[in-house]
Structure formats: structure tokens, C-alpha cells
Design a protein around this ligand. Structure first.
Ligand code: ASP
Length: 591
């Protein structure tokens, strides 16, 4: 027979009891973590969100409570009235280790089936099982810690934004497409058969319209939805700190975000200094091979194309540039390890990898015969290689105007080797602002120019003339915030003139009819006195992931989805009733 909670009142969290509470009466409630039966004495470890406490049941002094405790099993829900006493032998492993609770009375409030995995600090259950039984997984201390930190970060963000005069405004979830480069999640309309809402990829258009509406400073902690291929740091729905302001200079937006990030880091016990350094996109690509450089370690890239004479290039099938880096202490790599590096380079789009070993005995190279001893030296010198270093040079076919394919491959090698050679200082927090992005990038799948960020990104004034003639040369007024090799967010000073916005849509291949149909309301709004404006959005899941030291955003999301975009617990997506489909006027095609 189960007991009822009745009027019972909890006085303490299990995990909050301390030596100072000794001598006090306490009532705790939680889950049975473990039971140890020593005959006359029976111990229950009882757990709640604050931690564990040991409860003692004495057969002689409290026979009734003791008898009941014999029925308790793992994960039963219990309440205990008792007295806090100091332990003879302290348990340093747990925060309540100096005391125990001597039970007078035990209430069994609910039973539990045996869980599919033990509720321990570290468990090795497969992620799939953890997600399916997320309510059990959530009982572990780590998810509690992560969700609590996430809460604190978001709270601090809200406070900071409020103090800076930003107003939180909600924007619709059932709306029309907001292009951010992904596919939309569509919601069919029951009232208008054949018509669909799109879930917002971001509140981009609405926040710009709020500026036209004179709100001046908007923010929102908001869910966004993008139907794209998922990775460890992506989910189909994710949360942004989204903001927009009127009449801003770029520095104003940077200042707002730096304040928010310094404060968010502080909440996580991490000290960072503002202002954050700036880096041009093209320098990031040439020096690090990526637009989200991990600046916690050096190993910068160097262009070494001129160390490869024409004949060598032909023999090695080098078509574009060659980029190289010095890997500290890797001169002793075996031939097998070099082969593995070559394979790695090829797997990320490299044509080939060429090596130079710098040792006390001299400098040797896998391409010495082809490029000559002088060039080998030059190559090592260009990378600043020291004795003991391995120079890794890579080439890649330059397929797209305005990109640096070999640098991108070298950038992958830098990260790979930086990790393998333990070059990354995990105690560092390296923020950077990336600027000077191209407005467009080439989409191989669509065979057309697409917006590098989104089509509302402003254009560097001097480059306006090239919009139609040399789109790859047009620079945007966009910027990204990067932390330790992750993109935390991006934003821009926007286009606020209707004529320019129309030209961009057209440069993106939209016909007059398409742009009227998709963006007519926005183009109209732009004609009614739009102030210059700009903003940014930061990925809250990613920030929480990094600041809590996790490697996957699923660890900081209460109910995450798999990489196949499924919620294993709620079993979504799922089939729906025929009746529901009929109401929506939808028929499912046979596969
Ligand atoms: N809407 C953009 C995004 O979601 C951010 C911005 O430009 O403010 O990435």
C-alpha cells in the first residue's frame, strides 16, 4: 500500500544537508538511490536534484520504519522524517558525507520498475537508450548541472539585454519562410487547404520590421527551426539570443554582445576580457583555413606555392595553391603515420600531402627529388619549422572563384594535428570577431550564387557596383562571433534601402514575380522610412555546451533529438490518423 503525501512538508533537499544541521529534525523526499541491508541497520541513499543523503533505519529503535525500508527498491519515491546526526566516519565523496539522517518514519510514495540503466554520475548506456528514457537520464547529476547552468546563462543574458535597453518581443512561430539557407519545416493549414505555414528559420524579417516599427532595440530568446543535416552541434530546433538595433555602428553591436558574453562566461566561472580581437575572413582562411578559427593554439598556415616549381606541380598534379604548416614535434612520425596524414588530407578534399622533416641531422622531404633541396629548405623556413617539427604541405583543386581550397584542407590538418599533438590549451577561451565576409558563396549543389549569410546582409558601399558584374568580389557588412573554433553566431548591418534589397534578390536569381510573391510585404515595408539597422543572433545551445564543457548540444537540451531528427522518447515524428490528414486535405504518396 502506498503512502500519500498528505500534509507532509519537505524541510530540506537531500543533497543540501550539512554538518551544521546536526541535531535538527528534517524531512526529505526523493528517489532511493541504493539500499544496503546490514541486518539491524539498513541504509538507504536517497537522491534529489541537490544530491544524495544517507538514511539510517535502526531495527531496535524504529522497528516499523526499518520494516518498511526493507520493501524499498531502487528508484522508489520516498519521504523520510528523521534527525540529522554527525557520522562517525565521514564520506568525502559526497557533499552530505559528514552527516546522516536517522529515520523515524518512512513513507513510500511510489514504486518504480527497474530502470534500463543505473542512475549514476557516469553511465555507459548508449545515447539512444538515454534519449529514449530521458526522464531517467535527467535524474543524473550532470544533466541537472547542465540545465541549471543553461538557465543561469539565459537569465544573465536577459538581465544584460534589459539593462542595455533592449525589449524582448515575441515573433510568430507559424509564419512564412525566412531564408537562412536551410529547408523549412512546414505546417499545413486546416482552414486553407493546400497552404502552409513555415516555422521560422529565424525571426530575421520580423526583427527588421520591428526596427521599421520604431522599437529601436529588440531581443528575444527564441526557438528557430531548420531542416538540415544534423551534427553534434546542430538540432532541427535550436535556441538563439536574437537581437536587432536601429542606427548602430558595427562597434555598438560588438559592444552589446561582448557585454553579454563576458557576463555569461562569468556565470560559468570563466573570466574573459573584452573587447574581442577582430580578424578578416580572408586572413582567417589563409592563416587557419576556416572562418571559425580555433585560436587556442598557433600552428598557423603559410602559402608555399612558390616552393613548387612548375615541373614538380605537373608531376604532383597540383592545380591550385599549396598551403603548409609546421607540426611541432612530429618529425619522428613513421612512414605509416605520414600515409595516414595523406589519407586524412584526401578525405577532406586534398589532392596530395607533402612532408618535410626537420631534425638535428638535417632536413629531409618526401618531395625533395621533385622540388630540390633549396625549395625544401624554403618550405620549412616559410613555416618557421624548428628542429623536431614536421612540415605538412597540401594541395587541392581550386574549383570555386574566391575560395582557397588548399588552405581549407590545411585547416583541417591543423585541427587534426593540433589535437593529436596536444597543442590545444583547454583552459583558454579565445573569442574573435570575423569580418569582411563575401556577400555570396557558390553553391555546388544548386550551381548558383547563394547568400553567404542571408539575403538581408548589408553590402560594403564601395562594392555595390559589382553586385551584378563580379558577385564573388562583393564584401558584406556581416560578422561572426567565434569561440574556440565554434561559430557562436552571426549578424550584420542590414540593407535598409528597398532598391538595393531588390537588386540582391535579383542577383540571387529571383524573378520579379518570385520576389514579389515571397518578399513583397517586406519590400513594401522597406519603403516606409526604414532606419539603418543591424543585429546578430547567438546560438544559446552552443554557448551552453561550450561553457559547460560538453561536446554535444544534446547534453544541454532537456529533450534533444537524434542525428536522424527523431525524438526517441516521444517517438516523433510519427504517423497521424487518416482523419487528421483528411481535415488538412493531405494525402500521403505511396513510397
Ligand atoms: N538571422 C541570423 C541568423 O539566424 C542572425 C542575424 O543576422 O541577426 O543567423
Amino acid at each position: 500500500m502506498l503512502d500519500s503525501l498528505g500534509n507532509l512538508r519537505r524541510t530540506h533537499y537531500c543533497g543540501a544537508l550539512r554538518a551544521a544541521d546536526a541535531g535538527r529534525d528534517a524531512t526529505v523526499m526523493g528517489w532511493v538511490h541504493r539500499r544496503r541491508d546490514l541486518g539491524n541497520l539498513l541504509f538507504l541513499d536517497v537522491r534529489d536534484r541537490a544530491g544524495l543523503v544517507q538514511i539510517v533505519f535502526n531495527k531496535e529503535t524504529q522497528p516499523e520504519a526499518h520494516a518498511k525500508a526493507e520493501q524499498a527498491r531502487s528508484e522508489y519515491v520516498v519521504a523520510i522524517e528523521g534527525k540529522v546526526v554527525k557520522r562517525e566516519k565521514v564520506n568525502p565523496e559526497i557533499s552530505t558525507g559528514e552527516i546522516e539522517l536517522v529515520a523515524n518514519k518512512l513513507y513510500i510514495l511510489n514504486t518504480a520498475k527497474t530502470p534500463p540503466f543505473p542512475i549514476e554520475g557516469e553511465i555507459n548506456a548508449a545515447e539512444e537508450t538515454r534519449l529514449r528514457y530521458r526522464y531517467l537520464d535527467l535524474r543524473r547529476p550532470k544533466p541537472h548541472r547542465n540545465l541549471a547552468l543553461r538557465h543561469k546563462i539565459v537569465l544573465e543574458m536577459r538581465k544584460a539585454m534589459d539593462e542595455m535597453g533592449f525589449i524582448e518581443v515575441e515573433t510568430p512561430m507559424l509564419t512564412r519562410s525566412t531564408p537562412e539557407g536551410a529547408r523549412d519545416y512546414l505546417v499545413p493549414s486546416r482552414v486553407h487547404h493546400g497552404q502552409f505555414y513555415a516555422l521560422p528559420q529565424s525571426p530575421q524579417i520580423f526583427k527588421q520590421i520591428l526596427m521599421i516599427g520604431g522599437l529601436d532595440r529588440y531581443f528575444q530568446i527564441v526557438k528557430c527551426f531548420r531542416d538540415e543535416d544534423l551534427r553534434a552541434d546542430r538540432q532541427p530546433e535550436f535556441t538563439q539570443l536574437d537581437l536587432e538595433m536601429s542606427f548602430p555602428r558595427q562597434e555598438d553591436i560588438f559592444g552589446v554582445i561582448e557585454n553579454v558574453m563576458v557576463r555569461s562566461c562569468e556565470v560559468a566561472g570563466i573570466q574573459v576580457q573584452a573587447p574581442f580581437p577582430h580578424m578578416l575572413y580572408k586572413d582567417a582562411i589563409r592563416n587557419y583555413g576556416t572562418d571559425k578559427p580555433d585560436l587556442r593554439f598557433a600552428m598557423e598556415l603559410h602559402e608555399v606555392t612558390d616552393c613548387f616549381p612548375a615541373e614538380a606541380k605537373e608531376k604532383l598534379y597540383i592545380e591550385g595553391n599549396v598551403f603548409a604548416l609546421a607540426a611541432p614535434g612530429a618529425a619522428a612520425y613513421s612512414r605509416k603515420q605520414l600515409e595516414e596524414l595523406t589519407e586524412k588530407a584526401k578525405s577532406v578534399g586534398g589532392r596530395g600531402a607533402y612532408f618535410v622533416k626537420v631534425t638535428a641531422e638535417g632536413t629531409t622531404s618526401t618531395v625533395e627529388k621533385l622540388i630540390g633541396a633549396e625549395n625544401v629548405k624554403k618550405l620549412a623556413g616559410a613555416c618557421g619549422a624548428k628542429s623536431g617539427d614536421l612540415v605538412v604541405a597540401v594541395s587541392a583543386k581550386q574549383e570555386i572563384k574566391g575560395t582557397e581550397a588548399a588552405a581549407v584542407v590545411a585547416g583541417h590538418m591543423r585541427l587534426h594535428l593540433g589535437e593529436a599533438l596536444h597543442q590545444i590549451d583547454r583552459s583558454k577561451w579565445k573569442f574573435a570577431w570575423l569580418t569582411g565576409f563575401p556577400l555570396f558563396e557558390w553553391s555546388d549543389s544548386d550551381k548558383t550564387w547563394v547568400s553567404a549569410q542571408h539575403p538581408f546582409t548589408g553590402i560594403v558601399d564601395e562594392d555595390l557596383d559589382k553586385l551584378e558584374t563580379a558577385p564573388w568580389e562583393v564584401r558584406s557588412k556581416g560578422y561572426d562571433l567565434v569561440l574556440n573554433g565554434y561559430e557562436l553566431g552571426s549578424g550584420s548591418i542590414r540593407i535598409h534601402r528597398q532598391d538595393i534589397q531588390e537588386r540582391v534578390f535579383k542577383a540571387l536569381g529571383l524573378t520579379e514575380e518570385q520576389l514579389r510573391h515571397r518578399f513583397g510585404f517586406f519590400l513594401d515595408a522597406l519603403t516606409y522610412g526604414t532606419p539603418p539597422h543591424g543585429g546578430i543572433a547567438l546560438g544559446v545551445d552552443r554557448i551552453a555546451m561550450l561553457l559547460s564543457g560538453e561536446k554535444s548540444i544534446r547534453e544541454v537540451i532537456a529533450f534533444g533529438k537524434t542525428t536522424a531528427a527523431q525524438d526517441l522518447m516521444a517517438e516523433s515524428p510519427s504517423k497521424v490518423d487518416r482523419e487528421q490528414l483528411d481535415q488538412l486535405g493531405i494525402q500521403i504518396k505511396n513510397q
